[in-house]
Design a protein around this ligand. Structure first.
Ligand code: DX5
Ligand code: ZN
Length: 217
């Protein structure tokens, strides 16, 4: 009854060819494009910012799902909304004012997402359920692709119960592949992010490789 969306993460894509990579994964069945923004402060890695998001927006027909692994978040919300983000997700751990951050994201017209690191309990979003459109459950500690999956099944089930019949997505992010996808889908997730499982072994010159990886998940 829940249709599962696949959101390949371009963190695992060819950084010299983002436009072609986004077109290739969409042509091969990606539902959303997951865009990992890292600032080298909230996470120990740096990727790219609003300018890159604006550039790749032109190559994405569907949902551009921007995952902000940055702190502070508020000063940059407008820039990512201007860049064309459809979903803007902030980490609950990024600062003390997540409630205001989600309000600010929604005020731009974008969907508001809140992300939980593995160590953060489901209850951290108890007061946010009417302010958010997506809860991103990290199944790795953020910062890198290709890490080992951390089982968060109990948290996912708890969140699905808390959400009730609200229109809130549960997105799983980190270590999702053919083996872990069924587990998280059964627990109540409906958006699956996958970086290495989609891009590894695929190639923009042979995009069907991406298609096979996406379909397998
Ligand atoms: C990690 C990112 C994830 C990551 C997923 O900080 O938020 O989106 O790119 O990559 P895989 O699927 O390879 O774990
Ligand atoms: Zn991510």
């Amino acid at each position: 009854d829940r249709n599962i969306k696949i959101a390949p993460s371009i963190l695992a894509a060819n950084f010299a060819n983002f436009g072609a990579e986004c077109e290739a994964i969409e042509a091969q069945g990606a539902d959303w494009v997951h865009v990992d923004v890292m600032d080298g402060h909230f996470v120990p890695n740096i990727t790219f910012g609003p300018a890159t998001c604006a550039a790749i927006r032109k190559h994405i027909k569907g949902v551009m799902d921007v995952h902000l692994m940055i702190a502070p978040v508020d000063p940059y919300i407008d820039a990512f909304a201007q860049a064309g983000a459809d979903v803007i997700t902030a980490h609950v751990e990024a600062g003390p004012h997540i409630h205001r951050t989600l309000q600010a994201i929604r005020a731009t017209g974008a969907k508001a997402g809140v992300a939980l690191n593995p160590g953060t309990p489901a209850d951290a979003v108890a007061e946010l359920l009417d302010l958010t459109d997506l809860i991103c459950v990290m199944t790795v500690n953020p910062g890198f692709g290709g890490q080992k999956f951390i089982d968060m099944s109990n948290k996912i089930r708890a969140l699905r119960a808390m959400i009730g019949d609200r229109p809130v997505h549960i997105e799983i992010d980190g270590g999702v592949d053919v083996n872990t996808a069924p587990l998280v889908a059964q627990s109540g997730a409906d958006v699956l992010v996958a970086g290495s499982a989609v891009f590894r072994g695929g190639s923009v010159s042979a995009p069907e490789g991406y298609g096979e990886n996406i379909r397998n998940i």
